[in-house]
Design a protein around this ligand. Structure first.
Ligand SMILES: *Cc1c(COP(=O)(O)O)cnc(C)c1O
Length: 450
């Protein structure tokens, strides 16, 4: 396959050229049972928590009736998209994990964000004695007026570029919490409007995502009844995301896709601060060990996780320990608002460093082009951020760094058996007129009629 990847260099980072960095870590480390104090048991605890809350969620959200309160997405083979992306059968099978259609929040944030709100609600309710049989209680009790009055005395706050705010705000307000969302300058107007319609307080900041988070953290620190969802440091978020992994494993098995030493699994995950892809990669590593290869995808203008992974290497030896995209001359300006993050989560970086396959970057025009291609070939409706995973196969198979990774791990002979999963992370609630603009721009980038 051909790929737009250029060799990794400071100049390429600064000029915003697409690059792939592949980890040189020993893949055997990926077989370890636990990393940084969290383990498979923590993944299972998140799965169990989401299951306990399912009857309540079914009651609170009519759109969850069909799934009995479970918030999950489809895994689908996408042969037409695979062909359009130029991925030949000799290189494996492309599938799409459709978090762009996740109900309630409309993005991958439904996993982590909703999990953290539920964990907090559970703790508040248990402390107040509202769940008489503890974790065995019928959680529909939490929709009663008594519970709502209790939650109404508490506040849940978050800083966000948009999608996390949507997930937290919608879930917190549905339970009766006061909800406050601190939005960065790049947050889209429709996301703010949607939250305000639900009674969520939206505080607009002129600065970037990191500043919105810092402002939210400060405001919450001053209020003992306020729980701040900290996108940069929250283990509850990360573990909520990780709950996707056991479910994906069941979907792969049901689709007849084997994952083992001769059937590698490649997963391409759009990355902002790193919590969502980090949690999912962690959960998958617990299940598949060294046989799953997770690659994180970032905009060329916001490569925060890439620079975090490169910190301390010769390329970035002139920078400190926790560099930002500004430090490599980037500006964090991208239409992929879900990924517009200047500095990665140090926690997510520490969790995935031993086993991440690599990180690559994508230009905005490529995101729009592939957003368009996904719609034309498979009828998939996504936002620009969610397209970043689709470049994965070409970046890996078509770049020197990627081919070197495959060779090093002896993967080349097994490529025909490989499964490639592009994780599409958002889009359900994008307003039609906004989506039409994305499509028009994508059609131009693809040189096709809209
Ligand atoms: C937030 C988000 C991501 C990435 O999640 P992080 O935890 O910030 O890395 C990817 N895609 C979309 C659409 C998002 O909203």
């Amino acid at each position: 396959m051909t790929s737009p990847a250029t060799p990794l260099s400071l100049a390429a980072l600064r000029t915003g050229l697409p690059v792939l960095w592949a980890s040189s870590a020993d893949r055997a480390a990926a077989a370890l049972p636990a990393f940084n104090g969290i383990s498979r048991a923590d993944v299972d605890r998140s799965v169990a928590r989401l299951a306990r809350f399912a009857p309540l969620l079914e009651r609170l959200f009519p759109e969850l009736e069909a799934s009995a309160g479970r918030i999950e997405s489809d895994l689908a083979a996408t042969p037409h998209l695979q062909e359009a992306l130029g991925l030949g059968a000799g290189h494996g099978t492309l599938m799409v994990k459709g978090d762009h259609g996740l109900p309630v929040a409309g993005s991958i944030k439904a996993r982590g964000g909703i999990h953290e709100v539920l964990e907090h609600a559970e703790a508040v309710a248990l402390a107040a004695g509202l769940l008489p049989e503890g974790l065995q209680s019928d959680y529909r009790l939490l929709a009663t007026p008594v519970a709502r009055t209790l939650f109404g005395r508490h506040k849940v706050a978050v800083g966000s570029t948009g999608n996390l705010g949507l997930a937290i705000g919608v879930m917190a307000s549905a339970l009766g919490f006061q909800a406050v969302v601190h939005m960065s300058a790049d947050a889209k107007q429709w996301k703010k409007d949607r939250l305000r319609r639900r009674g969520v307080e939206v505080v607009e900041h002129v600065g970037d995502y990191a500043e919105a988070v810092a402002a939210g953290r400060r405001a919450a620190d001053a209020d003992p009844l306020c729980h701040f969802v900290d996108d940069e440091q929250s283990l509850s978020l990360l573990l909520g995301y990780s709950a996707a992994a056991p479910h994906l494993a069941r979907q792969l098995a049901a689709a007849g896709r084997t994952v083992d030493a001769t059937h590698p699994l490649f997963v391409y995950l759009p990355c902002g601060v790193g919590g969502a892809p980090g949690g999912i990669a962690f959960g998958l590593a617990q299940i598949y060990g060294p046989h799953v290869h997770c690659f994180f995808a970032e905009p060329t203008r916001s490569p925060c996780f890439l620079v975090e992974m490169l910190a301390g290497t010769p390329l970035l030896s002139h920078l400190g320990e926790h560099p930002s995209v500004y430090d490599v001359g980037q500006d964090n300006r991208t239409e992929a608002d879900g990924l517009a993050v200047p500095r990665a989560s140090e926690m997510a970086a520490a969790v995935v460093r031993p086993f991440i396959g690599g990180v690559y970057t994508v230009e905005d025009e490529t995101l729009f082009r592939q957003l368009h291609t996904a719609a034309v070939t498979e009828g998939i409706r996504i936002e620009p951020s969610a397209a970043a995973g689709m470049s994965g196969p070409a970046m890996l198979l078509g770049s020197d760094a990627g081919r070197d990774y495959l060779r090093r791990h002896g993967l080349e002979p097994h490529l025909p058996n490989a499964t490639h999963i592009a994780w599409t992370t958002g889009g359900l609630f994008v307003p039609d007129e906004e989506y039409a603009r994305f499509r028009a721009r994508g059609a131009i980038a693809a040189g096709q009629p809209a």
